[in-house]
Unconditional design. Structure first.
Length: 228
């Protein structure tokens, strides 16, 4: 049996510009959906894992997030001078996360169905995989436009193409982060390296998923929660 990751990275540093006036005086992870901050919905998913460490990166209005997260035992990786994007932010947080593979989770989506993190845990095979992304068929997404991010083969290996939307949850080996010369960079660079070696995989989510990246996504997510 393969060893499961024991650390979770929550991406919480973004400016939330698509939210317009809602993020003028608060970071997007603290916007409420169904009476609770978005990041608390993410923490509910994390709690089922019982990980050793949970880390969140902070940049925009970080004091608000620190006041909310520190009492919950979340470790904080502050991006003081510039936002580092997903790849740079994850690399900067490695002293807190440790060297082993990690879960990463975006904090601007609502999931309805099985816990995507425990599904990733159960499907993870580091002998074959350098990353395992949780993806949703386009017809099971809410508040998302477009044809999808990835196409999967019969074994779950993925390539860029239509059909599956990346939901913002994954398990990722972090050693490749050290090869990127830029301070701020996207995890897409790492995924492309993994894809070229046949090491990029996806699990397909059986439930529904709502993007809460724009103001109209709040009502859509609340409707999804009400239907559960």
């Amino acid at each position: 049996m393969t060893r499961h990751p024991e650390a979770v990275m929550l991406f919480a540093a973004g400016f939330g510009t698509r939210m317009g006036a809602l993020t003028k005086d608060r970071p997007k992870p603290l916007i409420e959906v169904a009476g609770r901050p978005l990041i608390d919905h993410a923490l509910d998913l994390v709690a089922d894992l019982g990980p050793d460490r949970v880390v969140a990166n902070l940049h925009y209005l970080p004091d608000q997030l620190e006041a909310h997260l520190a009492p919950k035992g979340v470790l904080l990786s502050r991006e003081e001078h510039e936002i580092l994007e997903t790849g740079g932010g994850l690399r900067a947080a490695l002293p807190l996360l440790g060297p082993d593979p990690v879960y990463t989770l975006n904090t601007d989506a609502i999931w309805a169905g099985p816990n995507p993190l425990t599904m990733l845990r159960d499907a993870w095979n580091p002998d074959r995989m350098d990353a395992l992304l949780m993806c949703i068929p386009t017809n099971q997404t809410i508040g998302h436009t477009g044809t999808g991010d990835f196409t999967a083969d019969a074994e779950g290996r993925i390539t860029r193409g239509p059909g599956l939307v990346y939901g913002g949850a994954q398990i990722l080996k972090t050693d490749r982060l050290m090869s990127i010369p830029d301070k701020a960079f996207s995890l897409n660079l790492i995924w492309d390296q993994m894809h070229s070696q046949g090491r990029l995989f996806a699990a397909t989510y059986p439930g529904r998923w709502c993007d809460v990246g724009r103001p109209e996504g709040i009502a859509l997510a609340e409707g999804l929660i009400a239907d559960v």
